[in-house]
Design a protein around this ligand. Structure first.
Ligand code: C2E
Ligand code: MG
Ligand code: MG
Ligand code: MG
Length: 290
């Protein structure tokens, strides 16, 4: 106060950038949607037992003329602080639904599309109506949509959050718990919220199968997910030996650079047309080293 009318509150957040740079990024972000600087990439999720594509995760990309390519890890927290996540999030949802319609119209089988959702979006009035409208507009069934939320999102706004997720669930929409095990986990959330899918965070997958701590944690999460009859997706799978270990645990699905990095929709179309397994062929034919 002694310093005068400094009205800005500086959060250190996750961002490793100066305050001035942060303000500049924020100002650029405000214009970025209209300037079409955001793009949605898609990363395949594969069925561990067959290697076939089972779904797709939408991941936003921002290429700013001033700041270059920024990671969502940098700009999403800032978008959440400033409320811009509401318009960015709607853009991602709309782009994803449109892409799903394009694939459907091209004769490809229906594809589950997962979209990361910030808690601010769910809390916003009319979120469920907005989803209903998008599904109608693009002639999509609710069951093709999966919303990825983090444990943190479930902490906020308890009763209302449960009501909204149940409403979405009743429309056939699936709810996935992202980055499982890294947040303020309370296992009671798994009972309170209508969760269909658990995503094992990549930090637990990285050291498989040699790191005994990773092995214990992933084994326990798999057993729990199976017991609760939830779908399980392992994130950040980069190596055949990680996949082999996940296969031995009957983990349902996997996602990572081993199969494909996130790509623009038109590049994913080729993968979908090919309609074959994405895992290294050696893995499914002979279980030999590849
Ligand atoms: P996430 O939802 O957990 O997404 C997975 C992240 O892991 C993505 O990073 C993806 O590119 C990366 N990844 C995939 N496979 C591998 C792998 O094999 N190895 C490694 N090391 N990484 C892999 P990305 O795209 O940079 O996104 C980071 C985070 O930003 C996401 O984590 C999500 O929390 C957030 N995010 C991305 N797009 C959106 C969005 O549209 N809305 C919201 N609210 N958040 C988003
Ligand atoms: Mg995600
Ligand atoms: Mg994740
Ligand atoms: Mg993450």
């Amino acid at each position: 106060k002694a310093k005068g009318r400094n009205r800005y509150q500086l959060y250190s957040g996750n961002m490793n950038v100066s305050f001035a740079e942060k303000l500049s990024i924020e100002m650029q972000m405000r214009k970025a949607i209209d300037r079409k600087e955001f793009q949605v990439f898609y990363q395949p999720q594969i069925c561990v037992s067959t290697g076939m594509i089972s779904g797709m995760e939408a991941l936003v990309r921002w290429s700013s003329p001033l700041h270059g390519s920024l990671s969502p890890l940098e700009f999403i927290p800032l978008a959440e602080e400033t409320g811009l996540i509401l318009s960015i999030g709607e853009f991602v949802l709309r782009s994803t639904c449109k892409q799903a319609m394009l694939w459907k119209n091209a004769g490809l089988p229906p594809m589950r599309m997962a979209v990361n959702i910030s808690s601010l979006q769910i809390e916003q009035d009319g979120f469920c109506d907005c989803i209903t409208q998008l599904l109608q507009e693009y002639h999509l069934d609710g069951s093709m949509l999966e919303l990825e939320v983090t444990e943190g999102a479930l902490l906020s706004d308890g009763e209302q959050m449960i009501a909204k997720l149940k409403m979405l669930s009743s429309m056939g929409i699936k709810i996935a718990l992202d980055d499982f095990g890294t947040g303020y986990s309370s296992l009671s959330y798994l009972q309170k919220f209508p969760i269909d899918t658990i995503k094992i965070d990549q930090s637990f997958v990285r050291g498989l199968p040699s790191d005994p701590n990773n092995v214990s944690i992933v084994t326990a999460i798999c057993a729990m997910a199976h017991g609760l009859k939830m779908n399980l997706i392992a994130e950040g799978v980069e190596k055949p030996e990680q996949l082999r270990f996940l296969h031995s645990l009957d983990c349902n699905e996997a996602q990572g650079f081993l199969f494909s990095k996130p790509l623009p929709g038109n590049e994913i179309t080729g993968l979908l047309m090919r309609n074959g397994p994405l895992a290294p062929p050696a893995f499914y034919s002979g279980q030999s080293e590849s």
